[in-house]
Design a protein around this ligand. Sequence first.
Ligand code: DNO
Ligand code: MN
Length: 368
Amino acid sequence: MRMVFRWFGEGNDSVKLSQIKQIPGVEGLVWALHDLPAGEVWPLERVQAIKRQADQFGFHIDVVESVNIHESIKLGSDDRDYYIENYIKTIQHLATVGVKVICYNFMPVFDWIRTDLFGLLPDQSTALFYESDKVRDMDPLELVQKIAANPDYTMPGWEPERLETLKGLFTAYQNVTNQDLMHHLKYFLEKVIPVCEEYDIKLAIHPDDPPWEIFTLPRIVTTQHQLKEITQLVDSPYNGITLCSGALGVLKENNIVTMIYDLRDRIHFAHIRNVQLFDNGDFIETSHRTMDGSLPIDQIVQAYHEIGYTGYVRPDHGRHIWNEDCRPGYGLYDRALGIMYLWGLWDAYQQIRGKDEVDVTNSLQFKR
Ligand code: DNO
Ligand code: MN
């Protein structure tokens, strides 16, 4: 597995590249131009600027998360071809700096949804919480208004300036079924995958988070069956997935280990995170350690090891510990601990299987 770390960019992330450099085994940055709205072409100069920053620390920038999909593409609107053309131009620009994988999602209107970004845990650390009653009783537009009044509460897609647009979007999605959404994804992939093949960049769809219907919006990336169907919409290795254990794992029927075996040829990016599940559908994001949550992170890493996974991996959301002041879910400390847990498991399986060829390319050993 090739360990990478999500970084939101200079001035947009409390974590510094010099800090990431000191986490064992991290070889690259997972990045995006977060200030650009979905649908715009990523300018070549800006992409190259990120490359220069990463080069200073010896990181690659092979993985982008995410180039977001414009709502017109998801809605199948008349102007979707214009946005698909822009997406293609972005792919071409990303190819010039050696990008290999683009993570994206196909969730209408919002990205991931939580009800508390700083929920208190018994040890006084905080983490992301999802409380199902709060979402059930919530009018999304009212919630957006609340968010507008409290700028500290930010989730991707919930920016206050989108309030007016959101109203229109909800109306537009009223007549879009899951089947329509799947057709719109197919239309997009049919246009974009040939370009990916030409430029050697793999697409990796991220599951819906959480993987069930929210605010009556359609949702099509929630189960093993749907992921399989998506990989068949255009049958090319360039049409792949981001297997996010935390996003998929909160749905009880999803067995992440089985998914790893079933979808192995199309997993281009792995997000590994643990969650503690409650009977009523609530969940909280815990440390990565198996016994701290409900997901068998040890078996998940073992499965990746068994299939000889050579793709990219990142720890997903972490808790906020040691009073770190950071973006919700994206602090330095807990994600670094998560990485060490993942390496611990990986290296142990490596030993058990008696592999004498241990890859030391990214070891922190002092060379003289
Ligand atoms: C949550 C995060 C998401 C993810 C996007 C991918 O698990 O990984 O914000 O980045 O949904 O497009
Ligand atoms: Mn994820």
